[in-house]
Design a protein around this ligand. Structure first.
Ligand SMILES: [Zn+2]
Length: 69
């Protein structure tokens, strides 16, 4: 297969270990995991499904807040 196993995204992602800002991450196609590595070679990981759930929950919380206000 010629296709790469991951896609690279640019942005700002804090290292989980030292909080250094990393400017790109990889989205692994098979596992749907996000990984990024700071200059000190700490590997940070996140699951895309977790991220999506967190995002949806945050949206819902904001909706609730605007309804009660
Ligand atoms: Zn680090």
């Amino acid at each position: 297969m010629a296709e790469s196993k991951f896609a690279v995204f640019e942005g700002k992602f804090p290292c989980h270990t030292c909080k250094e800002e990393v400017t790109s991450l990889r989205l692994w196609r098979e596992s749907l995991e996000l990984t990024w590595m700071c200059t000190k070679k700490h590997l940070s990981k996140a699951s895309l499904t977790m991220t999506k759930k967190d995002y949806e929950r945050k949206n819902r919380e904001q909706e609730n807040r605007s309804q009660t206000a």
